[in-house]
Design a protein around this ligand. Structure first.
Ligand SMILES: Cc1cc2nc3c(=O)[nH]c(=O)nc-3n(C[C@H](O)[C@H](O)[C@H](O)COP(=O)(O)OP(=O)(O)OC[C@H]3O[C@@H](n4cnc5c(N)ncnc54)[C@H](O)[C@@H]3O)c2cc1C
Length: 375
């Protein structure tokens, strides 16, 4: 029993931690309320961007650089190339801003990158309105990750190491005695016992861990998938990298599902929780906002006629840093949550750090910035 770990949540974080714990000799069981990957969870989407640029915040650039070889290793081990590296493009609208800081940090960390002047932007990405940008910054190690495929492949590797996955098991409460969690109770009344418990329930965290009053706000994020009306070939992944116009809050991904590409806003949406709206429906106001952005920056897309919506949820902390560590009142309870809409790219590194913390009491990655008691 001492060797057994139960993980609540089979998203990318639970899956990554499970795999690493199994490599460290733990008997792991994942409990998830749905199928895994759960299509309604943050990890249950088609694509996630992988960027190494975080403005001035070199800490995240360093974490991305450490995560990259782990992703590539996972692709190799699972024989599934779910990571695609055709580069990541940051676009600057004003001078002296975020993208200059990105450039400085990439150069300081010797991450290969290239500054694109207006003329280069026009030549390489003729669909972009190059006059609207001051310059671009392309880093070739960046790209994107097929999210659900990554979750499935990592779970597959974990299962080969003996990890058990129990789907449709909705954990409802924690049973505690004398400073430890002794078991979990699910909504069907079943009891799940283990020596250690890790909670990685994504946007369901406030519901499951209500009694902890965690400083987390879940927000509803709208994403728009559109079919380029013209020149579709230009939007294929080999020609068109994922891009971010940070000053406008918008990012985009190349064409990927049935000829559709994604445009979304990285700013926090209104409060929400999984299941509270029809997840295919986006508001007319959001559609207008996307068109206005495209009119200015990628004009030939602004007249799109075919589109679909997708709503999913960010699990935000106040400072957008993650929460990783022990639960405050029990010695055998751990938490990884609060990924604030940007955690996916770091999952293998964070899973490794969490497994080391559980097994050895400390991790190679310094988790101080992610401690719960900073709030
Ligand atoms: C729209 C959007 C765009 C994003 N874009 C990016 C990006 O481009 N790059 C990037 O790095 N990151 C991005 N992120 C963030 C990233 O997707 C998340 O940080 C990451 O997927 C979180 O993974 P998770 O495992 O913590 O949570 P989830 O994927 O939500 O998994 C939680 C799991 O827990 C299960 N669960 C919950 N409660 C219970 C319970 N009580 N009992 C049993 N099971 C339970 C759920 O079913 C689910 O499977 C984005 C997020 C969103 C929403």
């Amino acid at each position: 029993m001492k060797n057994n770990v139960i993980i609540v949540g089979g998203g990318i974080m639970g899956a990554s931690a499970a795999y690493e714990l199994s490599r460290l000799g733990r008997q792991v069981t994942i409990l998830d309320l749905a199928e895994v990957p759960n299509r309604h969870a943050a990890s249950g989407d088609q694509l996630r961007t992988f960027r190494m640029t975080y403005g001035k915040d070199a800490f995240y650039t360093e974490m991305a650089a450490k995560s990259l070889p782990l992703w590539l290793d996972l692709c190799q081990q699972s024989s599934d190339k779910f990571m695609v590296q055709h580069g990541f493009l940051d676009l600057a609208v004003q001078a002296h801003g975020y993208v200059e800081h990105c450039l400085q940090v990439l150069q300081d960390h010797r991450v290969p990158c290239q500054v694109l002047q207006k003329e280069d932007i026009r030549r390489h990405y003729p669909m972009m309105n190059s006059r609207a940008f001051r310059f671009g910054l392309l880093h070739k190690d960046g790209g994107m990750i097929w999210a659900m495929r990554a979750v499935s492949s990592i779970l597959g590797l974990a299962q080969r190491k003996g990890v058990k996955v129990r789907t449709h098991t909705h954990v409802a409460s924690l049973i505690k005695a004398k400073g430890v969690i002794t078991a979990l109770k699910d909504t069907a009344g079943r009891i799940h016992e283990a020596g250690t418990f890790l909670f990685a329930p994504g946007a369901w965290t406030p519901e499951l861990l209500k009694s902890y009053h965690l400083p987390i706000k879940v927000t509803r994020q709208q994403q728009l998938y559109l079919r380029p009306p013209y020149n579709r070939g230009r939007y294929r992944q080999e020609h068109f990298p994922p891009f971010y116009v940070q000053s406008q809050g918008f990012y985009g991904l190349p064409m990927h599902i049935h000829g559709f590409m994604k445009i979304a806003e990285n700013r926090k949406g209104p409060p929400g929780k999984p299941g509270d709206v029809n997840e295919r429906e986006i508001t007319p106001a959001f559609e207008r906002k996307v068109r206005t952005f495209l009119k200015r920056f990628v004009p030939e897309l602004a007249g799109f006629t075919e589109h679909e919506g997708h709503v999913s949820y960010y699990t935000n902390t106040k400072d957008d840093d993650f929460i990783m560590g022990r639960l405050p009142d029990v010695s055998n309870g751990f938490l990884m949550t609060g990924f604030s809409g940007h955690g996916f790219k770091f999952a293998p590194l964070l899973g490794q750090a969490m497994a080391q913390l559980i097994v050895g009491g400390k991790s190679d990655l310094n988790l101080h910035r992610f401690r719960l008691n900073r709030f």
